[in-house]
Write a protein that binds this ligand. Structure first.
Ligand SMILES: [Zn+2]
Length: 248
């Protein structure tokens, strides 16, 4: 194979790997934000559960105050009952006592309901706190993995860039100029495989004579349509030696 053709194929592999690593690095803030959002959602659940419990306790305290007020009235009525003079007064007082007793009973039932509800809400707070603790643990692990990924990507980028610097030095300046120009114009893909008579990236059919020349891999030939530098992979090597990319 033409030495510079081989080098631009290698260069394309490096550049694609660099672009991929850069893209994944650029996703890091988004992944980090998603972790924060997960944690915030779990914290919000705890806060909501605690607010519901506090509201329940508040309502229950007010009901208990009402019970105390009605019981105060009841004992006052009972005291008054001792001093009534007439039967009419006595019956009227009994009626008041009856009302107050019903009222106390009604409110006490409500207190009991709130107590039962309070037990459920306390359990819900505990569940939400346990979920938050688990989420915190998993978020910490994910954050460590993320930091590890970033570190690995940075290391890999450094290595790729060093390799690129060495490789670029060896490429003929004219060929490199073609490569750089096409790469800038074609979203970073300057090299394409020619297969079955077509450019596999822009899918244009190549003239038979041009395709035959490309098959020999002994010259720098550009696609008439997308300008990419074309190369040919012999059938036996096709699965391992291709740098075909789906972007156009
Ligand atoms: Zn093309």
């Amino acid at each position: 194979m033409h030495a510079d053709l081989e080098r631009v194929i290698a260069l394309q592999r490096l550049d694609s790997a660099v672009a991929d690593a850069q893209r994944r690095l650029a996703e890091e803030p988004e992944r980090s934000k998603a972790l924060d959002a997960r944690l915030d959602a779990a914290k919000q659940k705890v806060a909501d559960a605690k607010a519901r419990l506090a509201e329940n306790q508040n309502v229950r305290r007010n009901l208990e105050k009402d019970v105390a007020v009605h019981q105060g009235r009841l004992s006052k009525f009972r005291d008054q009952l001792m001093s009534v003079k007439t039967n009419v007064e006595y019956q009227a007082m009994q009626k008041e006592i009856g009302f107050a007793q019903t009222e106390v009973k009604t409110i006490e039932d409500k207190v009991l309901e709130r107590m039962l509800e309070g037990d459920e809400l306390t359990a819900a707070v505990k569940r939400a706190e346990a979920e938050l603790a688990a989420e915190q643990k998993s978020a910490d692990a994910d954050r460590r993995a993320l930091a590890g990924d970033v570190e690995a990507l940075r290391t890999s980028l450094e290595k790729l860039r060093a390799e690129r610097t060495d490789l670029v030095r060896a490429v003929d300046p004219q060929v490199l100029a073609i490569y750089d120009l096409v790469s800038r114009r074609r979203h970073g893909i300057a090299v394409a495989e020619a297969r079955d008579g077509i450019c596999t990236i822009c899918h244009v059919r190549l003239r038979p004579q041009v395709f035959n020349t490309i098959r020999r891999n002994d010259a720098i030939i550009q696609c008439d349509s997308c300008q990419r530098i074309l190369y040919f992979v012999p059938a036996a090597a096709q699965t391992t030696d291709s740098v075909t990319h789906s972007t156009s």
